[in-house]
Design a binder for this molecule. Structure first.
Ligand code: UD1
Length: 373
């Protein structure tokens, strides 16, 4: 096959890396199998830049170093979005790609989509159509605007298609490809199971709770974070709690001066890599999180998950999976249920089969013409 196709793939922050890895591996496989004219470049916007938030994922996932790093770093939403836009525009001018592939719902996703829409460059959005219906979340704004502007909307589950059609997006732009994050999980499970982390932490399968929290609504508010930490200290008197702390959360914990009371097994540790996080997800007694990705990974691995949020843009994880929403004022009783119960095992959603990247690359190859706008 000789279709000429140059694809720019954008990644910016931690949850993006496991979504771009399977797409890159699939493109490389097709090139090795003789697809001349197919090429890609990986653009890292630099929204996340710490070794523990970025580099470790490139190593774990076997992603080659990005061809282009915009190095935008942190800032307010406006500053970060604007910096990605001004640095990405000249890249698009120089590269003139056939497709720009953006993933997820972070500020970099929105910024690159806006640049392309104005330049007439086609954008494919991977993980399109997810909605929390909560515009108080920055990610929801990013999802709505990205999906309104993108040319190809690649959805992870059927609820995404329903949401997009309700917003008036033509069916011809929507393609249900499945969950690419599960491709990465499937490909990395054997390495995750060989993680050394449990030996370092002295934890056993089913013998700990895995906690990750970084949403502004949970951690930027002092009284909410204090309440969460009190609940975790109480829980950790009964069972070890492993809590790798995101930089946003660490900043706030330092501000409120949190210190463990010394009687609990609350392990506040540095952010962990991809394989270590998968190990913790697969073997936890249960999980407490506000991450989108961990709701999905725990569904696939059938680990009970409490999501500390009033809503989720991933309802399929509740409908068929092991996920439940919780609130601070109900956390103690929901935790108690999971400490006592034999929770339901759930089922894996349709198209979460490790082959989403194949379907994504097929869709890109089918749509090689000019923008649909
Ligand atoms: C971003 C995404 C969020 C995603 C999360 C995963 C947006 C709006 N939010 O949130 O959807 O779930 O990434 O982590 O795009 N920092 C570091 N080192 C880093 C990166 C950040 O220390 O490598 C610190 C900085 O102080 C920064 C803060 O963390 O101000 C927050 O980073 P930012 O990229 O603004 O948002 P996240 O909370 O990580």
């Amino acid at each position: 096959m000789t279709t000429q196709l140059k694809i720019l793939i954008v990644a910016g922050a931690r949850p993006n890396f496991m979504k771009v890895a399977p797409i890159i591996h699939e493109i490389r496989k097709r090139v090795e199998n003789g697809h001349a004219g197919l090429e890609y470049r990986l653009v890292h916007t630099g929204q996340h830049y710490d070794q523990a938030m970025s580099d470790v994922f490139f190593d774990d996932l076997g992603i080659p170093a990005p061809g282009i790093n915009l190095g935008v770093g942190s800032g307010s939403h406006a500053v970060q979005t604007a910096n990605v836009m001004t640095s990405f525009e000249p890249v698009c001018e120089a590269e003139r790609p056939s497709w720009v592939v953006v993933v997820g719902d972070i500020n970099s996703t929105l910024a690159c989509t806006l640049v392309c829409a104005k330049m007439g460059i086609k954008v494919a959005h991977v993980e399109a159509g997810l909605r929390s219906f909560d515009r108080g979340m920055p990610e929801e704004i990013n999802r709505i605007v990205t999906d309104a502007l993108a040319d190809l909307l690649l959805t992870p589950s059927a609820d995404g298609d329903v949401n997009l059609k309700r917003e008036g997006i033509p069916e011809s732009k929507i393609r249900l490809v499945g969950n690419v994050m599960i491709d990465a999980l499937v490909a990395n499970l054997a390495q995750a199971r060989a993680s050394e982390l449990p030996h370092r932490l002295h934890v056993e399968p089913q013998g700990y709770v895995y906690v990750t929290l970084h949403r502004p609504s949970n951690v930027d508010d002092e009284s909410s974070l204090r309440g969460i930490m009190r609940a975790l200290d109480t829980l950790a008197r009964r069972i070890p709690v492993v809590f790798p702390v995101h930089p946003r959360t660490r900043g706030m914990l330092e501000r409120i001066g949190h210190e463990s009371d010394g009687h609990s097994a609350l392990r506040l540790i540095e952010p962990v890599g991809y394989h270590d996080s998968l190990w913790l997800t697969e073997h936890a007694k249960f999980i407490l999180t506000d991450s989108g990705g961990i709701q999905e990974e725990s569904t696939y691995l059938r680990t009970p998950c409490l999501t500390l949020r009033p809503n989720t843009e991933r309802p399929v994880t509740i409908e068929v999976g092991t996920n439940r929403l919780t609130r601070l004022d109900r956390l103690a009783s929901d935790v108690e249920d999971l400490m006592q119960d034999k929770p339901p095992r759930g089922r894996i959603p349709d198209y979460w089969d490790g082959r989403a990247a194949e379907r994504i690359v097929d869709a890109l190859l089918e749509h090689v013409g000019p923008s649909f706008h």
